[in-house]
Write a protein that binds this ligand. Structure first.
Ligand code: CTP
Length: 460
């Protein structure tokens, strides 16, 4: 096995490693091991490795590509090439700002089509017109979707060709957001993201990483061309899908219950299982509305995601997505929140004892759905237990009005919470199905297939 010798590293790397190791109170070897471990754990598998070129996979599919004005616009050159090598016809629309980053000449040459830029072009309106432009496509893709374009879409503005096309279309829309992390996290963008997800807009990315601006990193990097291609292929897949036309509302991840502006109560849920289920259901053709608590993983592909923090925000978002054909509640919702969240940071005062937190119960989202007038036909809950798994799951099945409970043992030694594998039992009114230990993706595939089968029958 290969080994790393610190002394063989470049001096500048050695110096930075020394400072990092000192800051963490570790040896340099230990620090290097941890950095490598994190890399292996979190680095995405290169999409190219996962996605062999499917020549013809988009044969004759018409894609209207709206290119927004951001530095990531350069990636569209590659995107157009990848789409065309799969047989797609790409018709580009450039915003005014996009022309600052890529030229219509380069885009037009790669797309082998006319590039549209003006809303009030006498020639273009006569030739195609923005209404026809918006309808003569199988899918509209916005890449990069800037904060400005997203704001326009969320608020129904139509003062240039790109936004007018987006308003006039009756086709599905996929957006690949790209912006500075602060802009992505700004409350206005968060509101717009939620609105767009509710409007049924599909998202791919953004990813996290270094920004073009030096020294900035975080969420906001546009998805890579091949990731966008995969999302397009998924959306345009013509094979019959068992969950086509079905809407499924889901929750995933933990909730954060604030104590004061800087502190909160949380749990160890990573969202991996819930997000994998959302992606698997979307692959089977379902329209998935996912309400996610704060997680460090990307949004699942082809799923509309609303991001929330607390249990009450999660409940409100879920209610907005009813009615639905099924509900799959995977989130580890905090059972309690603090009775009175402090408006200012709670300070230590000399001589005072530690503050005692008074807690009140949170709404039970699953039980609310299970007993709702708008109850979906199939209601699936999870049960995270550390003891007496099956009995506790059966009690939850009844108490929460669920059809199935997916029960898992989350005792620390199982490594399930936050880990990549899961061993579950499906508890229904008629019995218990024990599934072998498998990856969370495999559990997701199998559960999605079971949900599809159940929704195809009259009785669940
Ligand atoms: N759940 C929910 N809202 C809550 C608590 C739980 O929707 N306030 C849902 C979870 O998403 C999951 C199921 O209920 O689908 C069971 O969650 P779990 O944490 O296992 O159970 P609790 O209801 O918290 O019960 P207990 O604390 O007794 O285990």
């Amino acid at each position: 096995m290969a080994s790393i010798t610190i002394r063989n590293l470049d001096d500048s790397i050695k110096e930075r490693l020394r400072v990092r190791a000192a800051a963490h109170g570790r040896s340099m070897e230990e620090e290097a091991r941890i950095i490598l471990g994190d890399l292996v754990e979190y680095a995405p598998t290169p999409v190219a490795a996962k996605t062999p070129i499917q020549r013809g996979s988009l044969s004759e599919r018409r894609i209207l590509l709206i290119i927004g004005g951001g530095i990531a616009a350069y990636k569209c050159l590659d995107l157009i090439r990848r789409l065309r090598e799969r047989g797609a016809r790409v018709r580009p629309v450039l915003t005014k700002a996009a022309e600052e980053f890529v030229t219509p000449l380069a885009i037009g040459a790669l797309a082998a089509d006319k590039v549209f830029t003006e809303l009030f072009s006498r020639e273009d309106e006569h030739d195609v017109g923005h209404i026809r432009l918006s309808r003569e496509a199988d899918l509209i893709v916005v890449a990069p979707a800037t904060a400005d374009l997203m704001a326009k879409m969320a608020n129904g503005l139509a003062n240039d060709l790109a936004s007018a096309v987006l308003m006039a279309t009756d086709k599905r829309v996929l957006i690949a957001p790209a912006m500075n992390p602060k802009m992505w996290d700004h409350p206005a963008t968060r509101r717009n993201r939620a609105t767009l997800a509710k409007d049924g807009i599909h998202f791919v990315g953004p990813g996290t990483g270094e920004m073009a601006e030096s020294g900035e990193s975080g969420a906001g990097r546009m998805a890579e061309a091949l990731e966008i291609v995969t999302a397009i292929e998924t959306l345009l897949d013509r094979r019959p899908k068992p969950l086509a036309g079905k809407t499924i509302v889901m929750t995933s991840g933990p909730t954060h219950e604030p104590i004061d502006p800087v502190r909160y109560i949380a749990n160890r849920s990573s969202g991996k299982q819930g997000h994998a289920i959302a992606a698997a259901l979307a692959r089977l053709g379902a329209t998935v509305r996912l309400v996610s608590g704060p997680v460090a993983i990307p949004d699942p592909e082809s799923v509309s995601v609303v991001h929330v923090e607390s249990a009450r925000e999660m409940r409100d978002a879920v209610e907005q997505f009813l009615p639905a054909d099924a509900a799959v509640m995977v989130a580890a919702v905090a059972d309690w929140r603090t009775a009175n969240e402090a408006g200012e940071k709670i300070k230590k005062k000399p001589g005072e004892t530690a503050p005692a937190l008074q807690m009140v119960e949170n709404p039970d989202i699953l039980a609310g759905i299970g007993h709702s007038k708008l109850r979906p036909r199939l209601v699936v809950g999870f049960a995270a237990e550390t003891q007496d798994l099956l009995n506790n799951a059966r009690v939850k099945l009844d108490k929460k009005g669920a059809d199935w409970i997916v029960a898992n043992d989350v005792s620390h030694e199982t490594g399930i919470m936050g880990g990549d594998r899961n061993a579950v039992r499906i508890v229904t009114r008629t019995g218990v199905e024990e599934w072998p230990n498998m990856s969370k993706d495999e559990v997701a595939e199998r559960l999605a297939a079971r949900i599809a089968a159940a929704l195809q029958t009259v009785e669940v």
